[in-house]
Design a protein around this ligand. Structure first.
Ligand code: GLN
Ligand code: ZN
Length: 767
């Protein structure tokens, strides 16, 4: 009999209850007791969502008030010194002190997407290749560890009251150290023996609590790790493998490749493989594992929202099950944290598209069906399998998904489509001859403050309280206001302000064909922050112009140049739930062609400067560096296709919300945008070091105004930042602009800050 389990369940609640409770708690409206009650209720609800599925093991410890990596830091008593305030190291107060420096200061640029970066509290960064962000553990030579299992035990005991088969989940010691901030590997690894003491103590304690199986996550195994880290895995599990509990070592998000043998031979009781991402490693794993160990296969994709093809999966599993029998376990590929909770909440979703989808609850139902088909025979679940087949077929054949004309357009893309006619130096001269910009030209990144009036306006339109005409009139008023303000401030290149957009991806998704939107399909981005990505289900096309009316109107109001403002294909792709039935590259090219049409329409309408944001360009870089180039090749060609069809006179800008470019600078240069604006103000321009070695010929606007903070930067600071930039990049190439869009800021902050920025540019020109 194959056994069923999962690696973790979403914890925010199907109506984002955790988010709202946290925010009330932070705002002083909820007591700690009330917050904990909400948390316990959510765990109960998660349990109710699972109870009818007859899983063999129930997972405990997958709930977190903020972040599972931060929980791991508290579990092993690794709390940064500065956060220990109340004498009680493990207090909730200290927990949020480490967690939240970030969320107070970091109102993310686009308003809804997490970004990596630093803050007073714990630093935050991307969890492997997902859009989840964790709090980076901190280590130094003095770091000590001590076990603090209270929170974990609470979750275990709670679940044990309902079901005896409880499997706690913890992050493995090697992954935990790997994730830490300290760059020096040997320093981190020097901490391993001390850390293992705490893990041994924990496992012994769990054995006392009648725990048989412990899930221990070591996703480092899917990365290209140096030998000393492989050795660390070996020595760790030599030690932990001796404990009284059985260890299920879990890997996910990719193939194990040269770590496969190591992982299979570690002295643990079982191994979990991501069979969605590494199906061809199954056979080898079976051979390496020997006859005693459990093989858990992650057969349901835990990172996308599509229905599993149950019949196909069953066929794939039948021979494996034959061979392994009760040594075979089945689960989703990773934690379900990365998908929304329950499709049943979506009462307004297009019925047909809905029939192609599965969220966390439905994915566990699929798991349960496959388990029954294997254990009790297909007849026991015949109806469900037949229905699944219908859904899979309907998606495969749907004319809403597959549009031949779009597919052939992609097939007909030639390199010329992404090629400007002249090189950057020639273009620069040409553009300058009629743009007539001063040196150190000033501009902004696109959005201006999204006041409550603007938000109410969009809501009124959504609810049908105002008609299209009234809506347009009001948006135009806001554009007019925005243009007047910029004219008065003396900026050189103006923007319309993006009042019509609540989100830089959703806005375009709603106007393009091929997307649907949900009401409640939230996933956690970090802490209390959730995102609701559009669902990209079909071939993408642009029925009509999306931004031309706004940009041309803005241009009609001023003598200055107005920059058209678009979101790029890679960002639209990376911030959506994307179809899994064709290569990402193909989907990205379809978006690129649609955005290209918009670029050309803007140009036709007399917009001479067009910015195409690629805020999320890095987001889907593969976990293994050896695969980066492949990704970058198509990502960069998609950008080129969308941007480079314009006349050489038209100036293309792009924007990225970070400046960790060192490793991809060549790819960035290949985009061949005339100007790129990036985030740099916090790093004191040090992030521009890469430009000392790599001569980047195009224009660069290194952000001088940190828009994540309410502080108003003064003139001198901005002048000195730009002077630092000029040490690395020739002054003729420099632009002066904020780090990112201004939508989360208030006019009272933005006006003096931009006025200072304009003054700084004038000073720079004079010197
Ligand atoms: N143009 C967008 C804005 O200003 C860019 C946002 C982003 O880079 N995340 O809001
Ligand atoms: Zn940005």
């Amino acid at each position: 009999m194959a056994k069923l389990h999962h690696l973790g369940f979403p914890r925010i609640g199907n109506k984002r209850q955790l988010k709202f409770a946290l925010e009330k708690f932070w705002g002083g409206e909820l007591s700690e007791q009330q917050l904990q009650t909400t948390a316990a209720d959510l765990r109960q609800q998660n349990w109710r969502d699972q109870q009818d599925l007859a899983l063999d093991l129930y997972t405990a410890g997958d709930f977190s008030l903020y972040d599972q990596v931060l929980d791991a830091s508290f579990l092993v008593g690794n709390i940064p010194q500065r956060a220990k305030q109340s004498g009680q190291d493990n207090s909730l107060d200290n927990y949020f002190r480490v967690a939240r420096g970030r969320s107070q200061s970091q109102e993310c640029c686009a308003g809804s997407h997490g970004h990596s970066g630093e803050s007073q509290a714990g630093e935050m960064t991307k969890w492997f290749n997902t859009n989840y962000h964790y709090i980076v553990p901190e280590f130094d030579a003095q770091t000590t560890f001590s076990l603090n299992a209270e929170q974990l035990l609470l979750q275990i005991e709670e679940l044990q009251q309902i079901n005896k088969n409880v499997k706690p989940v913890i992050i493995g010691p090697v992954t935990y150290l790997w994730l830490g901030k300290e760059k020096d590997d040997s320093q981190k690894l020097a901490l391993l023996p001390k850390l293992l003491e705490v893990y041994s103590e924990l496992l012994a304690l769990l054995a006392e609590k009648n725990i048989t199986w412990v899930q221990i996550d070591e996703p480092v195994l899917v990365l290209e790790i140096p030998t000393q880290w492989q050795e660390a895995l070996q020595s760790s599990y030599n030690k932990l493998g001796q404990s009284k509990v059985k260890l299920l070592l879990t890997t996910y998000f990719g193939e194990l490749k040269n770590n496969l043998k190591l992982a299979c031979e570690l002295p643990v009781a079982g191994l979990h493989l991501d069979a969605v991402n590494a199906p061809h490693e199954i056979d080898l794993a079976i051979a390496y594992l020997g006859t005693d160990k459990i093989l858990s296969l992650g057969i349901i994709n835990a990172c996308n929202i599509w229905k599993t093809d149950l019949n196909q999966t069953l066929n794939q599993l039948l021979p494996i099950h034959q061979k392994l029998q009760d040594k075979l376990w089945l689960a989703p590929s990773s934690s379900l944290l990365h998908v929304p909770i329950d499709l049943d909440n979506e009462q307004k979703l297009d019925y047909e598209v809905k029939s192609w989808l599965a969220f966390a609850v439905q994915k566990l139902q699929e798991l349960s069906l496959i388990g029954r088909a294997l254990n009790e025979g297909l007849a026991s679940v015949e109806a469900a399998f037949t229905y699944n087949k219908l859904c899979i077929e309907s998606r495969r054949q749907s004319q809403r998904v597959h549009k031949q004309n779009i597919k052939s357009k992609v097939l007909n893309i030639t390199p010329e489509l992404g090629q400007r006619k002249q090189n950057i130096t020639q273009r620069e001269a040409l553009q300058q001859s009629y743009l007539n910009l001063p040196s150190y030209p000033t501009t902004t990144i696109g959005s201006f403050p999204q006041t409550s009036d603007i938000r109410q306006l969009r809501q009124a339109k959504r609810l049908g309280d105002i008609n299209e005409e009234q809506y347009k009139k009001s948006i135009k008023e806001s554009i007019k206001f925005c243009i007047n303000e910029q004219d008065e401030l003396g900026l050189d290149v103006l923007v319309h302000g993006e009042a019509e957009r609540n989100d830089m991806v959703e806005y375009f998704g709603e106007l393009l064909d091929g997307f649907v939107f949900t009401q409640f399909a939230w996933v956690q981005s970090y802490g209390s922050r959730c995102v609701k990505p559009p669902i990209l289900f079909g071939d993408v096309s642009r029925p009509k112009a999306m931004t031309v009316e706004w940009s041309s109107y803005a241009q009609s109001l001023t003598e200055k140049k107005v920059k058209g403002m678009l979101t790029g294909p890679v960002t639209i792709l990376n911030w959506s739930f994307v179809r899994d039935d064709q290569p990402l590259k193909t989907t990205c090219m379809q978006i690129a062609l649609a955005i290209r049409e918009e670029v050309l329409d803007l140009e036709k309408a007399g917009i001479n400067i067009i910015q195409i944001d690629e805020a999320a360009l890095r987001e889907k870089l593969p976990l293994r560096r050896s695969q980066w180039q492949q990704y970058l090749n198509w990502a960069i060609s998609a950008f080129r296709v969308c941007a480079n069809g314009v006349d050489d006179k038209t100036q293309i800008h792009t924007h990225m919300c970070y400046s960790e470019f060192n490793d991809i600078i060549k790819a960035i240069a290949q985009m061949d945008a005339d100007v790129i604006t990036i985030e740099t103000s916090r790093s004191d321009m040090e992030l521009l070091d890469v430009f000392e070695e790599f001569s980047y010929p195009n224009g660069i606007g290194p952000g001088v105004y940190d828009i994540h903070s309410p502080n108003i930067p003064d003139v001198e600071r901005m002048v000195s930042l730009m002077k630092k930039a000029a040490l690395r990049i020739p002054a003729e190439q420099l632009w002066v602009n904020p780090d990112c869009g201004l939508k989360t800021r208030r006019w009272e902050e933005v006006k003096p800050a931009l006025l200072n920025m304009v003054t700084a540019a004038k000073k720079l020109r004079a010197s």
